[in-house]
Design a protein around this ligand. Structure first.
Ligand code: 5CA
Length: 445
């Protein structure tokens, strides 16, 4: 993309309404525009990151054996009456009537609808295990929408639902989700710690939230600092291997880590004092096992090997896709702007032409731009007729991890500069070497 032809409405001033850094930078970098409280348009730069995050979520879900589908945003109220949640859900649910006076709602989550799909088409234990998921917009009429996309009213969620014959199988699905979530967040450059939590309106006793530690997080958390040393890394996972998934789950959840809802002061005090931490965190996902809470009242039954009919064991598993943009920025920024991890960056590298209109720099930039694109990368070329300082400020604000700077003086010696946004370190090299380095950096992702 050439910046002169892109739509990147950056703001010079700090928007007064933004209280936290991620909201401020998302507005300043022209990523989102608020349309109503907690409701945003995704401008091109924000939309690109949202799509990258979605893509990682899809890849890791599919790797774990889960199957994508797409359910609508609007749902009939009657489905929710079957589970009893239509009346329980309260004011967070946006209720709508259509022209026939039929009661509808904008889905805050999809347990009822997926259970309806399941019961319409599945009858036998032979079709299990089954996990279906989608990435779809949700609406929750939050009392206090705030912090930009962090607590929106309309927000994008990945929600997945497992159907299993036994509790044991459903707990394997729970563990499988836990492991796949760890990999998902790590690919985004995030450490998200599974913490024992409360299940709220979704229900069930087994639930973990995934929290990214950040001073601006809305949740209060208590943990043993040793949990922050554990990484999934590149280890091979066989998602059908129950023992392996269980072992990883135990490795990540045995140490004390809880949100304030389930905090136990006595257990916490038993942790050696130097490892006892209380902090704040951003909840970027939650997994639940709730057994037959929906399958029983809604009649989602299967025939077992011995011919009887039983309700299936279920769980649901959510990732806050749009909230993740805010969480990543909270975890990765400096006073000049965002610092995107390579896994989610909107463009792989920025190219800054220090002397637009100069035949030499123009053609060198075009060559770098073309070479990166030929390698399947997505560069952003700042080809505007602007001062160098303004170009650098824009690049720093929008946070591309790598910048290639091309100026007439360097070019005379066949040299450009490759700069890391994270470290600020610049290296001089030939244009070809800079392209090769950027290609190599992204090859492993
Ligand atoms: N049905 C279950 C799992 S699919 C469910 O709805 N879980 S949830 O309520 O925990 O939501 C899943 C994730 O969505 C949360 O962990 C959080 O990251 C995100 N989320 C929830 N509410 C909001 C909101 N108002 N704005 C942005 N993201 C949100």
């Amino acid at each position: 993309m050439r910046l002169s032809r892109y739509f990147l409405p950056v703001l010079k001033e700090n928007p007064a309404e933004a209280q936290i850094v991620s909201h401020r930078y998302m507005l300043r970098a022209g990523m989102i525009k608020q349309q109503a409280a907690g409701i945003y348009s995704w401008l091109p730069l924000g939309f690109k990151v949202l799509r990258r995050i979605e893509q990682i979520v899809h890849e890791e879900q599919i790797r774990a054996g889960h199957i994508p589908l797409l359910m609508p945003t609007l749902q009939p109220a009657d489905l929710w009456r079957e589970s009893g949640r239509y009346d329980d859900y309260g004011q967070e649910m946006l209720r709508i009537k259509d022209r026939q006076d039929r009661e509808m709602l904008y889905g805050p989550t999809n347990e009822e609808m997926i259970t309806d799909i399941f019961r319409s088409h599945v009858n036998s234990y032979k079709d299990l295990p089954l996990t279906l998921y989608h990435i779809q917009w949700k609406f929750r009429d939050e009392m206090r929408p705030r912090f930009g996309v962090m607590r929106g009213r309309e927000f994008l969620m990945k929600d997945g639902y497992n159907f299993d014959l036994t509790k044991e199988d459903a707990l394997h699905a729970y563990n499988r989700h836990l492991v796949s979530y760890l990999r998902t967040y790590e690919r985004m450059g995030l450490q998200a710690i599974p913490m024992r939590a409360d299940s709220g309106p979704i229900g069930g006793d087994d639930t973990h939230e995934f929290l990214v530690l950040a001073a601006t997080g809305e949740s209060e958390v208590f943990y043993d600092s040793a949990v922050t040393d554990i990484r999934l890394g590149a280890r091979e996972i066989d998602y059908d291997d129950k023992a392996q998934c269980q072992a990883v789950m135990e490795e990540f959840t045995s140490l004390y880590a809880r949100t304030d809802e389930t905090h136990d002061a006595a257990l916490f005090d038993a942790i050696p004092e130097e490892r006892r931490k209380s902090a704040r965190g951003i909840e970027v996902g939650q997994i639940f096992y709730f057994g037959t809470k929906y399958s029983e009242p809604m009649g989602a039954n299967v025939v077992t090997p011995d011919g009887s009919r039983v309700p299936v064991h279920m769980g649901s598993h959510g990732i806050g896709v749009s909230r993740l943009l805010g969480a990543i920025i909270e975890a990765s920024h400096d006073d000049k702007g965002i610092i995107w991890p390579e896994g989610v960056t909107p463009f792989h590298a920025g190219i800054v032409n220090l002397k637009q209109g100069d035949a030499g720099t123009d053609s060198a930039c075009e060559a770098i731009y073309g070479a990166l694109k030929a390698k399947g990368l997505d560069p952003l070329y700042d080809d505007r007729d602007e001062r160098a300082g303004a170009k650098f400020a824009t690049m720093d604000l929008i946070g591309l991890p790598w910048r290639i700077t091309v100026g007439p003086r360097g070019l005379a010696a066949n040299i450009v500069e490759l700069t890391s946004r994270r470290t600020g370190v610049s290296e001089e090299m030939s244009p070809e070497a800079a392209v090769a380095r950027v290609v190599e950096i992204y090859a492993g992702l």
